[in-house]
Design a protein around this ligand. Sequence first.
Ligand SMILES: C[S@@+](CC[C@H](N)C(=O)[O-])C[C@H]1O[C@@H](n2cnc3c(N)ncnc32)[C@H](O)[C@@H]1O
Length: 354
Amino acid sequence: MFEAKVESLSFRGLGVIKHPNGKVFYSEGCWPEDYAQFEIIKEKKNYGFARIVKLLKPSPSRRDVPCSYQGFSDQKCGGCSWMIADYESQKKQKINILNSLIKRYKIDFSNKIDSLIAGDEFSYKNRAQVHLQSNNLGFYAKASKKVINIKQCQVLNSKTQEQLEFIQNNKEKFSKEKIYLDDRLSIDELLAEKNLGFRQGNSYINSKMRATIKALLPSYKKGIELFCGAGNFSEILIENGERLQAFDYKIPNSPSILNVSFVESDLFKNDFFSMIDKDSDFLFLDPPRSGMKNLNHLVSELKNLQSIFYLSCSPDSMLQDIVSLKNFRIKKIIPFDAYPQTPHLEVLSILEKI
Ligand SMILES: C[S@@+](CC[C@H](N)C(=O)[O-])C[C@H]1O[C@@H](n2cnc3c(N)ncnc32)[C@H](O)[C@@H]1O
């Protein structure tokens, strides 16, 4: 047991504390400036994990958690781990984390990152995966597969909240363990347990991302879009270009957009390099959380490339990928808060050729 003050948050959103012997520990459920008693739960050579036993002096940014399901035990919902702090402080911490990642990877970026683009802190989620286990319907508890029965979720929007309530009242009509709420689904489609596939989970922030891309997009001749999904950004991207090749390993609904050719391909394998137009002068990518480890290799093959727009749901993997690019420099970094109450952050980096 030891007492410590929470110094900052790690890029995964855990509190960073120092043991009196100098070793760094990470703890969930705490916020910068909390002073608390901690218990060590796991220790490695250079760092460890601890658990709050008693909060001795709470951070001034803490608030009464506005959800009775939220918590950090196996009896509580595992989502919304940042709901303990007021929203202004959550936004500030996201910027702090982004700045420390930029420093950690020694990124050559002398400008200030743009202000965080944010919307409502509650009622924003247009899509969510819920689980039905015995008579419990809801989300998993922290780090477990135990389903917490949830009747009302603060971050679902009105339509997905209605769908949650519908399933709660008609559990016997559903057979799968995993059910997708999606505000594009009718009740009949919900009953058919339809999954419409990936989409950006916050419609308001998605509209802001599209508007930001549109406002900053350069004119180009030949463009490449990687991880295009169903073409959410393709229709914006083609507005300033002559031709766009859009790739994803799964392109739902066979979109048809003038001057955009959609190609299904696994982008983590270099085989798709043979399908791209090597004269392309613009590249847009929106990869999954893991980033794109073969980005450097791809960029080295595109001799005419002038600018790159990299949108990411993991600033950590995005910055690691960017560090590997030799002839490009970051011009602008724009963060978006698509998932309030969680440590997640979407970031658009705009790079230009040096
Ligand atoms: C963050 S989403 C972006 C989707 C799209 N840009 C949008 O806004 O709807 C990531 C996309 O990566 C795709 N993806 C994941 N792994 C992939 C792979 N190995 N090869 C190609 N696409 C992949 C998924 O299908 C998904 O559409």
